[in-house]
Design a protein around this ligand. Structure first.
Ligand SMILES: *Cc1c(COP(=O)(O)O)cnc(C)c1O
Length: 363
């Protein structure tokens, strides 16, 4: 019989224990709410909880998700300032400071930590310090950074930190979580437009679950997703978070070094320090269509073309979970060498091995 059928319902104690494990992963003592839906659910819930007519939001756009946040903020009636930088770079803390100085009334800042779609990562520690000094609330989309790079929610002063299970965690899609600081709770509770009696309501969860002692679940838990999330957290704890992060960092470094040795393709993100450990994006030269190139590769490889307008000129190598291994990176490089005319895999795979070792020894 299928192990997925006739499961007993997940207990409140199990659900609470999973929240505590997520809190440890995020290095936070704040409330963590595990949400049963894709990460866009807690992201929208956080924005609709905190933003309202009369608030001024600085929305930092370093990739496609920032654009979505701006639209939600505007639909809440907030006055939105978009700070956009090219998707192949990162935003600098000085740019954020300057934008806050220009609009001192800014009370909310939204930022994506790492962008899986474009392969860049932002210096959150420095940006969060600037936001904290200004006094605004900071929402961080850490879906693509959790388990791939350090994520120090409390130390950095992140008020609303959102994660999903399916990227570097190597876990299930369709479950996500958000940590909510005391400051954020105060803001949401004081917002008359914050969703109530709604699937998007963080306040409902606080009232009916967190503050009620977490003894009775307000909804039927999605036990398959929750069991998968629990197993994924257990695996990260067994491997250690430090080792998981180091593997992702090494996989990105190895991919960048291997591709440079291969020729033809170039890293999309110019500077190594702006490259996200979760996924490496590559630029194809003019005339080489990225989606057509991706279609010629073994579909089991963690490679796809960029989304939307990026499908022509961008390839994306994912290092999600178990794909953050030297073997996976070398398989991708070998497949690319076999597909691209005039390239051979040996130099690329040995450059990758060297960069992998160097990244692990400097971790
Ligand atoms: C993947 C991703 C999301 C969306 O996650 P879903 O669970 O698919 O909603 C949001 N933000 C970033 C930065 C991502 O990489």
């Amino acid at each position: 019989m299928s192990p997925f059928l006739d499961l007993p319902p997940l207990s409140a104690a199990q659900f609470a224990a999973i929240e505590d494990r997520v809190a440890a992963l995020l290095h936070t003592t704040a409330d963590v709410i595990v949400t049963q839906g894709e990460a866009l659910l807690p992201l929208e819930a956080a924005i609709r909880g905190a933003a309202h007519a009369g608030s001024t939001a600085l929305n930092i756009v370093t990739g496609p998700y920032g654009q979505t946040f701006g639209n939600w903020l505007r639909s809440c009636g907030a006055d939105v300032v978009d700070l956009a930088v090219p998707f192949d770079s990162a935003v600098r803390a000085e740019q954020v400071a300057e934008a806050l100085r220009a609009r001192p009334e800014t009370d909310f800042v939204s930022l994506v930590h790492a962008e899986a779609a474009t392969g860049n990562t932002n210096p959150v520690a420095e940006i969060a310090a600037v936001v904290r000094a200004h006094g605004a609330l900071l929402m961080l989309d850490a879906v693509a950074s959790v388990a791939a790079e350090p994520l120090l929610t409390d130390e950095w002063g992140v008020d609303l930190c959102v994660i999903g299970g399916q990227k570097a965690m190597g876990g299930p899609a369709g479950v996500s979580a958000v940590s909510v600081s005391d400051r954020a709770w105060e803001r949401i509770a004081a917002n008359p437009a914050a969703p109530r009696r709604s699937y998007l309501s963080l306040l409902d969860w606080k009232e009916r679950w967190t503050d009620a002692g977490r003894t009775v679940l307000p909804h039927a838990p999605a036990q398959l997703e929750m069991l998968a999330l629990d197993a994924c957290l257990e695996r990260i704890e067994a491997d250690t978070l430090t080792a998981t992060i180091a593997r992702h960092r090494a996989a990105a470094a190895a991919t960048r070094a291997g591709v440079r040795a291969l020729g033809t393709l170039t890293p999309f993100v110019h500077q190594d320090r702006h490259a996200a450990p979760v996924a490496t994006t590559l630029r194809t030269p003019p005339g080489l269509h990225a989606a057509e190139l991706a279609a010629r590769l073994d579909p089991a490889l963690p490679v796809q073309s960029g989304g939307g307008a990026l499908a022509t000129g961008m390839l994306r190598v994912n290092h999600y979970g178990s794909a953050a291994s030297l073997q996976s990176v070398q398989s991708v490089l070998t497949a690319l060498a076999e597909t691209l005319p005039g390239t051979t895999p040996e130099q690329a795979t040995s450059a990758a091995a060297e960069a992998w070792t160097a990244a692990l020894t400097t971790a």
